[in-house]
Ligand binder design. Structure first.
Ligand SMILES: N[C@@H](CCC(=O)N[C@@H](CS)C(=O)NCC(=O)O)C(=O)O
Length: 323
C-alpha cells in the first residue's frame, strides 16, 4: 500500500507495517482531541466533525460501533471508503466526495489528509476524524477517538452508559493490552507476516490469548465484570471477523471461534446489543478484505463459509448483567 510523501501520493510501500517481514503496527500521527469545553480547539458540536471509516477495517470498526452505542449518529456523520482499484488507498467509491468545510471535491482519502496538513508524510489510514470548521484532522487513532466519543459529547447527546468508568479503568487497561498484543495485532501478524517464524509467533500468541479469554469468560458475562466496557468493544471487531475472515484468509486456523463455547456465546451477546447488527455487515467486510486491493492480496473471490448465525440465542444471561 502506498502513502503520502510531502503531501503527494506515492505508490511506494516503505511506511508499510510489514516491510521487515513481521507485522508491526505503526503509531498514528494525528493525535488531537475533541473536548466538551473546547480547550483543545475542537469543541464538541453537532454536525461539525466527520468520521471517515471503512467496513473493511477492524480499527475503524471500533469507532463506528461507538458512534452507535454512544448515540452519536445524528451528531457525527460517517462516510465509508473502500480500497481503490487505482491503488491510491482508501477511495470514495460511490463518486467524488465534497469535503465538508471546503470547496474541494476529492476521490481519495489521501487528499483529505493533504488538505488538513499540506506537505505531510504519513500512512493514509482509517479511521480519520475531520473538523469541518478548522479544516484540520482531529485524529486518526481509533483508541483515542472512542474515548472522545465516550465522554465529550455527553452534554449534547442522549444519555448512554460510560464504557470507561473510573472504578474499572485499571482492569480495562490490562484487558486492552492483552487484546491489542494477542488479538488485534495477533490476527494481522498471522495474516500479514511475510516469514514463517513471524507467522508462527503471532498465531501461537493469538490462540494462547483466545484460550485465556475463553477461561475468563467462563466466570463472568463481560471482560471486566457484569457491564460492557471499552475492552469488550475493542475485542468485538476481531471476534466477528474471526471465522469468516481470519480463519479462512489470515491463516488463523488452529481452532474456529465457534469451537469456544464462552467466546462464541459472548460474541452473539455483543452482536445482539441494540444497534450493533446495523454496523456488523459481515458480507461487506468479506467482500472488501478478499478483494484484489484488500489487505491480503486475494483475487476478489469471496469465500462463502463458514456460515455463522449470530442471531441465534446465547447463554450469557446465566451471569448477572447490571443495566
Ligand atoms: N492507527 C490506526 C490504525 C488503523 C489502521 O491500521 N487502518 C488500516 C486499515 S485496517 C489502514 O488504513 N491501513 C492503510 C495503510 O496502512 O496504508 C488506528 O488504530 O486507528
Amino acid at each position: 500500500m502506498g502513502h503520502l510523501l510531502d503531501g503527494a501520493w506515492s505508490f511506494e510501500d516503505h511506511l508499510s507495517e510489514t516491510a521487515t517481514g513481521k507485522y508491526i503496527k505503526k503509531p498514528s500521527q494525528f493525535r488531537n482531541a475533541i473536548t466538551a469545553d473546547g480547550s483543545s480547539g475542537h469543541p464538541a458540536e453537532a454536525g461539525r466533525y466527520v468520521l471517515y471509516s471503512s467496513i473493511a477495517c477492524p480499527w475503524a470498526h471500533r469507532t463506528a460501533l461507538y458512534r452507535v452505542i454512544k448515540k452519536l449518529e445524528d451528531i457525527i456523520p460517517l462516510v465509508n471508503t473502500e480500497q481503490s482499484p487505482a491503488e491510491q488507498g482508501w477511495a470514495f467509491v460511490d463518486g467524488a466526495h465534497n469535503v465538508p468545510g471546503t470547496d474541494q471535491t476529492v476521490n481519495f482519502l489521501h487528499a483529505i489528509y493533504a488538505l488538513g496538513e499540506p506537505d505531510c508524510t504519513t500512512r493514509v489510514t482509517v479511521p480519520l476524524l475531520w473538523d469541518s470548521k478548522t479544516c484540520t484532522i482531529v485524529s486518526n487513532e481509533s483508541s483515542e477517538i472512542i474515548r472522545m466519543f465516550n465522554t465529550e459529547f455527553a452534554a449534547i447527546a442522549e444519555p448512554t452508559p460510560d464504557y470507561y468508568p473510573d472504578p474499572l479503568r485499571d482492569q480495562i487497561e490490562v484487558m486492552n493490552k492483552k487484546i491489542l498484543d494477542g488479538i488485534n495485532n495477533g490476527v494481522n501478524g498471522s495474516g500479514r507476516s511475510k516469514t514463517q517464524d513471524a507467522y508462527e509467533e503471532s498465531i501461537e500468541l493469538l490462540f494462547t490469548t483466545l484460550d485465556e479469554m475463553e477461561d475468563h469468560l467462563s466466570q463472568q458475562r463481560y471482560l471486566c465484570g457484569d457491564t460492557q466496557t471499552e475492552a469488550d468493544w475493542r475485542l468485538y471487531p476481531n471476534l466477528i471477523r474471526f471465522d469468516p475472515i481470519y480463519y479462512v484468509g489470515y491463516k488463523c486456523n488452529l481452532r474456529h471461534l465457534e469451537d469456544y463455547p464462552n467466546l462464541s456465546n459472548y460474541l452473539r451477546d455483543l452482536y445482539q446489543t441494540p444497534g450493533i447488527e446495523s454496523v456488523s455487515d459481515i458480507y461487506s467486510m468479506k467482500r472488501q478484505v478478499f478483494s484484489a486491493n484488500g489487505p491480503i492480496g486475494a483475487n476478489g473471490v469471496v469465500p462463502l463459509g463458514p456460515v455463522v448465525d449470530l442471531t441465534r440465542p446465547h447463554d450469557r444471561d446465566r451471569f448477572a448483567h447490571a443495566a
